[in-house]
Design a protein around this ligand. Structure first.
Ligand code: F6P
Length: 333
């Protein structure tokens, strides 16, 4: 758990809007609940934007109260719905959105989403001066400025549950399984699932695929008495890679099968970790709006809640942790 930073109350917004945008992630619902209930506790009205930024663009906002976020803490997805809104990429549309929000008496916006959504949040804040707080909500954990994102822990656990099941059948049939996990162009899920799932190899998005080397490693494992193996493949290579590799490894004498986990990782009940993260960040978002802060994202750094300028979040790439790939290799031998 994280300490909630105590901030001076400078300006209490009358009304705020909450948005969930981009790919949904388990934990968005507890985050919505935390924003709504913390705001109401302070006497702030809350509106929910329907289907991400589309709700802002089309002025489809609905009042939220404590009851409207009842019984959602344990549910995956987002009760506000989400989408990837192309219209919001236009500066003129963002200017119109800011005007419409002012007209409705809205004095703060909380955006929960991944890198594209947070970039949109930053542009809105920068161009119009509207107070916006971003929360990192994505299974990918690829957001600069935060060690963790809402949904990552659940997605990793979902991936591990699948891997444990695959391991059973891989063992029975003495097969190699290539398991493809989500993560867009980043490899955080692959790395975590690979290490915690005991994968023989983890093929990260930027890595060169060396089939002879893979075959050599599998041969070596076999000689050591290991008759089944798992290889975790990050999506972000070409879409056919996992199936193609399974074919190539089979040609080299290893019965291999491909399994693409896909959107399974985006659903499901959020873990305790994600609920705690979402609840803390959601409450802190309201505190930051009351402290007259904007154009920031709240995340966690070294065990503490941290505020990061949205400009940095939008512009910088989060590096993968070093040493984990080698560790996964060493532990899997
Ligand atoms: O960003 C979350 C994510 O699930 C990525 O891991 C994946 O590449 C992408 O979204 C899939 O997006 P869509 O649901 O639009 O196909």
């Amino acid at each position: 758990m994280w300490n909630l930073p105590v901030l001076p109350r400078v300006r209490q917004p009358r009304r705020i809007v909450i948005v969930t945008s981009g790919g949904d992630s388990p934990g968005m619902n507890p985050a919505i609940r935390a924003v709504v209930r913390s705001a109401i506790h302070c006497g702030i009205e809350v509106l929910g934007s329907d289907r991400g930024y589309t709700g802002l663009v089309e002025d489809e906002l609905r009042p939220m109260n404590t009851a409207s976020v009842g019984n959602i803490l344990h549910r995956g997805g987002t009760v506000l719905k989400s989408d990837r809104c192309d219209a919001f990429r236009e500066p003129t549309v963002r200017a119109r959105v800011a005007q419409a929000l002012h007209k409705r008496g809205v004095e703060g916006l909380v955006v929960i989403g991944g890198d594209g959504s947070l970039t949109g949040a930053h542009l809105l804040a920068e161009e119009t001066g509207f107070p916006v707080i971003g929360l990192p909500g994505t299974i990918d954990n690829d957001i600069y400025g935060t060690d963790d994102t809402i949904g990552f822990d659940t997605a990793v656990n979902t991936g591990l549950e699948a891997i444990d099941r695959i391991r059973d059948t891989a063992h029975s049939h003495e097969r190699v399984f290539l398991v493809e996990v989500m993560g867009r162009s980043s490899g955080f899920i692959a790395l975590a699932v690979g290490l915690a799932g005991g994968a023989e190899s983890v093929l990260l998005p930027d890595c060169r695929i060396d089939v002879p080397e893979l075959v050599q490693r599998l041969n070596l494992s076999k000689r050591r008495g290991k008759n089944s193996s798992l290889i975790v493949v990050a999506e972000g290579h070409d879409p056919q890679l996992t199936a193609r590799l399974a074919g190539q490894l089979t040609e080299h004498g290893h019965q291999a099968r491909a399994c693409i986990l896909g959107h399974i990782q985006r659903g499901g009940s959020p873990t305790g970790h994600d609920r705690l993260l979402a609840s803390t960040l959601g409450a802190s978002a309201v505190d930051h709006l009351c402290a007259d802060k904007g154009d920031i994202m709240l995340g966690v750094q070294a065990g503490c809640i941290a505020a990061v300028p949205l400009r940095d979040v939008a512009g910088l790439r989060k590096p993968l942790p070093t040493g984990i790939l080698d560790l996964a290799r060493i532990l899997a031998t």
